[in-house]
Write a protein that binds this ligand. Structure first.
Ligand code: GTP
Ligand code: MG
Length: 321
């Protein structure tokens, strides 16, 4: 985490930034330089009533103090950076193989599927496997679990943790659970509170599901544009966190029936273009009698249509033997 422990008072050492400006920043809850680097100048202008030139100057300074600089890499260097970033196992070999080694920080993963397709089970499992030691394929990390559907289950986490031979209570302690009841709460949580909750070990943010609250609140076509704009804003913040704090983001999505005139309706993830373009990797989960299948439907690095099978048991998601 860059600029982790540097307070915004550091900015007083630079010309043009005074106590009045700092006071305005702290009034909107910004205490540390790393928090400042998450915002763009227009947001700072609006939230803190600071004029735009000064807001631009503050952001530039914050990036400098935090040691953030746009880096140009040649493609070989870029490849090395991408290949050496942190990843953690899903606990299922076939899924690890599908996702090219594990769930990677900086990336956004979407898991869409029907009722009972295993989305919530997968989220529970990832909240546990991120905590495995590095030797065991984890990141010894913590998870934030945003449960918009009320289906988070501590006892299920205990089952999965014990399957991985982890201390159940310690695993539960390392999952921070939030249960927003409407869009306003979800947005407040993501935009205003999350950044002060993260610590150096936070490696995963889960939202199960990204769409439920929006669909419940923004009903009817006349609200569609506004709904899409709000979802976009939320996901934009998740991306900022993923990049600034080296975190992986996972969210689940519902599916809609896409009727076709010439045949059987097929299922597509909800949320339209906004959600479709937000994730780095999109997957569709399906239940087929006694097994489950996860298929890649869009990704810059994973072949579309490639898939993995797994089963769900008392111990969580497992490979099919
Ligand atoms: P919705 O949230 O309703 O859209 O579904 P989902 O995709 O989140 O489904 P979920 O992950 O909850 O998967 C549910 C399936 O996992 C169930 O239908 C069960 O078959 C299986 N499952 C859940 N808990 C257990 C468990 O404790 N033991 C076993 N053996 N299977 C379980
Ligand atoms: Mg679910």
């Amino acid at each position: 985490m860059t600029g982790d422990r540097i307070k915004i008072e550091e900015l007083l050492n630079y010309p043009g930034i005074g106590r009045v400006t700092l006071h305005k920043l702290s009034k909107i809850g910004i205490e540390y330089i790393h928090e400042l680097t998450l915002f763009n100048p227009e947001e700072i202008m609006e939230l803190a009533s600071i004029d735009i030139e000064r807001a631009c100057q503050i952001i530039r300074l914050a990036r400098k103090v935090a040691g953030k600089k746009a880096k140009v890499l040649n493609a070989l260097e870029y490849e090395r950076v991408m290949n050496s970033r942190e990843q953690f196992t899903t606990g299922v070999k076939s899924i690890d193989k599908l996702v090219k080694g594990g769930i990677a920080v900086w990336d956004i993963y979407e898991f869409a599927g029907e009722y009972g397709s295993g989305k919530t089970q997968l989220c529970h499992q990832l909240a546990v496997t991120v905590q495995l030691s590095k030797e065991k394929g984890g990141l010894a990390g913590k998870a934030v679990y945003i449960d918009t559907e009320g289906t988070f289950s501590p006892s299920r986490v205990r089952d999965i943790a014990s399957g991985f031979k982890l201390n159940e209570e310690e695993v539960l302690r390392n999952i921070l659970v939030y249960r927003p009841i409407n869009v306003a709460e979800l947005e407040e949580l993501v935009v205003e509170q999350l950044r002060s909750i993260f610590d150096l070990n936070t490696k995963l943010v889960i939202i199960d599901s990204i769409i439920a609250l929006y669909r419940a609140e923004f009903k009817g076509r006349e609200w569609l544009a506004r709904r899409q704009q709000r979802i976009n804003y939320l996901i934009d913040w998740l991306k900022r966190y993923a990049n600034t704090y080296d975190i992986a983001v996972v969210y689940t999505n519902q599916v809609l029936s896409q009727p076709v005139p010439w045949g059987i309706a097929y299922k597509i993830p909800a949320g339209g273009n906004i959600v479709a373009h937000a994730a780095t990797h999109r997957f569709l989960l399906r239940r087929l009698q006694d097994k489950w299948v996860i298929e890649c439907i869009d990704s810059p690095r994973i072949a579309r249509g490639s898939s993995a099978s797994f089963r769900i048991t008392e111990r969580g998601l497992e490979d099919i033997k």
